[in-house]
Design a protein around this ligand. Structure first.
Ligand SMILES: Nc1nc2c(ncn2[C@@H]2O[C@H](COP(=O)(O)OP(=O)(O)O)[C@@H](O)[C@H]2O)c(=O)[nH]1
Ligand SMILES: [Mg+2]
Length: 335
């Protein structure tokens, strides 16, 4: 069982779950969903305005570089806008008059659209939901516009160190979620921050990374890197006795990718043994097998998720909570 606080008949049990996974897989987005579902007041919406503006600038700058490398010609009337975006990326100061036009015109440029397509099919750009953010740039630049939950969920802010979120359920259980950073340097910290009362860890995997390569190790795909990190985690002294749960995330991006001809050819190239169809369920299960292989201590709990989908994440988190409660009761002989 977890820690017990209080006395009498009212027992409050603290369950700690640590959220692991490579950078950009959706850990913080899930944490934000949990915070929003439990109306945690430490999620300051307004703080995200600059984050969203910066996301638009850095996302477009990434596309400009992809266009340059691939010799997609940016329309001559938009070149000055491309230079402005690259300048802003290097030296951020925002907003300024006329930025909406710079962003919108550049986004509509054929070369940038080609770069966006390429980024989605063959790479994975840092700002996953740039298409959503770009269309809302005039809102983000308008101080009277109140940021929405969707804006916050689509934003991207790299996590360093870790953050702890504590929620109390209707039946007085306290659940603590620890969200960590996923970059290599951040992963080294995972092993020293796992508290003794940790019940489980949720390991996030971005399904759409089956054909994108990692800067950490350009010889393997980001998905393979996730498999390796998962293998190291389940076999480590620190996490070896803690229950792993895998969230195969970004099912929306995965669906989009395997539904395209090129994306599907790439999937078959990376999984030549796979003879099934291009559905999230079946192709996702093929990916899941790589993780199941790494875990030989029982049935691995896996879920297919889209961290942007609030209803889905609410249902899945409740299932995870039920599963962990049953595990706890079984372990304590109460069931
Ligand atoms: N389309 C889509 N975007 C997602 C999903 N999960 C996370 N993202 C986006 O991916 C980016 C990285 O997510 P984040 O939670 O910061 O990843 P972390 O590094 O693992 O914490 C953010 O821009 C999120 O909005 C998902 O399921 N679908
Ligand atoms: Mg994060």
């Amino acid at each position: 069982m977890g820690l017990c606080y209080g006395g009498g008949t009212k027992k409050i049990i603290a369950y700690t779950i640590i959220i692991l996974g490579p950078a950009g897989s959706g850990k913080s987005t899930f944490t934000k969903q949990v915070k929003m579902l439990h109306s945690c007041n430490n999620l300051e919406l307004e703080e995200y305005r600059t984050v969203l503006q910066k996301n638009v600038i850095s996302g477009l700058a990434e596309l400009i570089k992809i266009a340059e490398i691939n010799a997609y010609p940016i329309n001559s009337t938009n070149l000055k806008y491309a230079r402005r975006i690259l300048d802003l990326e290097a030296n951020f100061e925002y907003p300024e008059n006329g930025m909406d036009k710079v962003v919108n015109d550049l986004w509509m440029d054929n070369a940038i659209q080609e770069a966006w397509k390429k980024a989605n099919l063959e790479m994975s750009i840092q700002v996953t939901n740039l298409d959503f953010l770009v269309k809302k740039i005039s809102d983000y630049n308008n101080v009277n516009y109140v940021l929405t939950k969707e804006d916050i969920l689509c934003s991207r802010l790299r996590t360093t160190g870790y953050t702890t979120t504590e929620i109390t359920t209707e039946n007085n259980q306290i659940w603590k979620l620890i969200d960590v950073g996923g970059q290599k340097r951040e992963r080294e910290k995972w092993f020293s921050i796992v508290p003794k009362d940790t019940k489980a860890y949720i390991f996030f995997v971005a399904l759409d990374e089956y054909n994108t390569f990692s800067i950490e190790d350009p010889n393997i795909t980001k998905l393979q890197l996730a498999v390796n990190i998962f293998g190291e985690t389940v076999n480590s002294a620190e996490f070896g006795s803690i229950c792993p749960i895998v969230f195969f995330n970004k099912t929306d991006k995965f669906k989009e990718k395997i539904s395209s001809e090129k994306g599907w050819v790439e999937f078959q190239k990376h999984f030549p043994d796979y003879k099934g169809d291009a559905t999230v369920e079946n192709a996702g299960n093929r990916i899941s097998k790589e993780f199941v292989k790494k875990f030989d201590k029982g049935n691995l709990q896996v879920y297919f998720t889209c961290a942007l989908d609030t209803e889905m994440m609410k249902t899945i988190f409740e299932l995870v909570q039920k599963y962990l409660l049953i595990q706890s009761f079984e372990a304590s002989g109460l069931f």
